[in-house]
Design a protein around this ligand. Structure first.
Ligand code: SOE
Length: 376
């Protein structure tokens, strides 16, 4: 077992890069790790902006060549925080170079890219090199606790669930064009960005996979201002998507994603119904869970999930001293470092990401055909 520093190279330094940097800086100060974390190298396209980010976010070195970064002998982990379109090339090269890879969601631009990544990950894993996909919401203590409740049979057999991820940042038609509105860079719109999260959460919470889907999708804002001042640019991704699904084992679920849900800043909500009880979660109150059984259904209780016995909480503050969104990334970093120390593949891996991508592809197909589609 190595006790030398775990040396990270992070590619990308925008929103997710900042969240991951915070996590890498913090994780060893909160959790007991077997080896210190070295924020060794930050990579970005623009040398001036990358240098500024490296200084602000706490990285020792910076550079503009990710190919060189993933080949370096003094790097152990490659953390991919770039737009979706570049995930596959970076991840496959890093895995081939023997680096453990943490990649932001969704896995790849399309099924082919996801398949390529999953194949590379499987091969690397056989040689002891690990992969993790950044579905951070699995690491909300209340959701990890909910998973335990479901798995422990507390709610009985899950019959149905509803899950929605609603944001509003795209509602204004004057929000400029960016990679998130381009299929070539983002894959799809709200479906890839937010749908990937709620499919992952459904797989995680129920332990079941989606098997069929029936979907509707809309693009309400069909062109956006060119940030460089040119004519308005056509949008080729969705703004919002709705679908219902069957899960293996018999449960049914409904899904909603939107980036044009005016007034909903970052609303991730779900409710899960078993034959013995139900539970509800709202990201805006992420330290809480509503739970109740059939006997006293009217008295579903709001539980504060901040006890030291709750997932991840023993390392933080005394009960009731609530956590936030940023903590989920610290938990993710902790789980990846622990997985590397133990040599045990963490979840969700690229194989799970491929399964999610198969669902998203089937949702897109169903939106096109107007028919219920089988996943895979
Ligand atoms: C933007 O929609 C975004 O940053 C997503 O890309 C993240 O996955 C989500 O956690 C928050 O919103």
């Amino acid at each position: 077992v190595s006790t030398s520093p775990l040396r990270i190279a992070m590619i990308g330094h925008a929103f997710m890069g900042a969240a991951h940097s915070h996590a890498w800086r913090t994780v060893g100060r909160v959790f007991e790790l077997d080896r210190p974390i070295d924020l060794r190298l930050l990579c970005g396209r623009d040398p001036v902006a990358t240098a500024a980010s490296a200084a602000r976010l706490g990285w020792a070195e910076h550079g503009t060549d990710w190919r060189q970064a993933v080949e370096r002998d003094d790097i152990d982990v490659v953390d991919i925080c770039t737009p979706v379109g570049s995930h596959a090339d970076i991840a496959v090269a890093a895995l081939a170079a023997g680096k453990h890879v943490l990649c932001e969601k969704p896995l790849g631009l399309d099924l082919a890219a996801a398949q390529r990544m999953a194949t590379a990950a499987e091969r690397a894993q056989a040689a002891g090199t690990l992969n993790l996909l950044g579905h951070n919401y699995r690491r909300v203590p209340a959701l990890a606790r909910l998973r335990d409740l479901v798995e422990g049979g507390e709610l009985g057999t899950v019959r149905h669930l509803r899950i929605a991820y609603l944001q509003d940042w795209g509602a204004d038609a004057e929000v400029p064009m960016s990679w998130r509105f381009r299929a070539a860079d983002g894959g799809s719109g709200a479906l890839a960005d937010l749908g990937s999260h709620i499919v992952d959460l459904t797989h995680f919470l129920t332990g079941r996979r989606l098997t069929t889907v029936s979907a509707l999708r809309r693009t309400f804002v069909t062109d956006r201002p060119d940030p460089d001042g040119g004519p308005r640019v056509p949008v080729d991704v969705d703004d919002a998507v709705w679908w219902t699904a069957e899960l293996d084992g018999g449960a049914v679920a409904s899904f909603e994603v939107s980036r044009v849900a005016t007034g909903r800043r970052n609303g991730l909500e779900l409710e899960i119904f078993g034959d013995r009880g139900s539970a509800a979660f709202d990201l805006q109150r992420l330290n809480e869970l509503d739970v109740g059984g059939t006997a006293d259904a009217a008295a579903r209780r709001r539980v504060l999930v901040t006890e030291p016995t709750d997932p991840y909480l023993a390392a933080w503050w005394p009960p009731g001293h609530v956590l936030g969104w940023d903590h989920t990334f610290v938990h993710q970093a902790r789980d990846f470092v622990a997985a590397i120390a133990d040599g045990v593949p963490p979840s969700p891996g690229f194989a799970d990401g491929l399964a999610i991508q198969q669902v998203l592809t089937a949702v897109g197909r169903s939106a096109d055909t107007g028919r219920r589609e089988v996943v895979g």
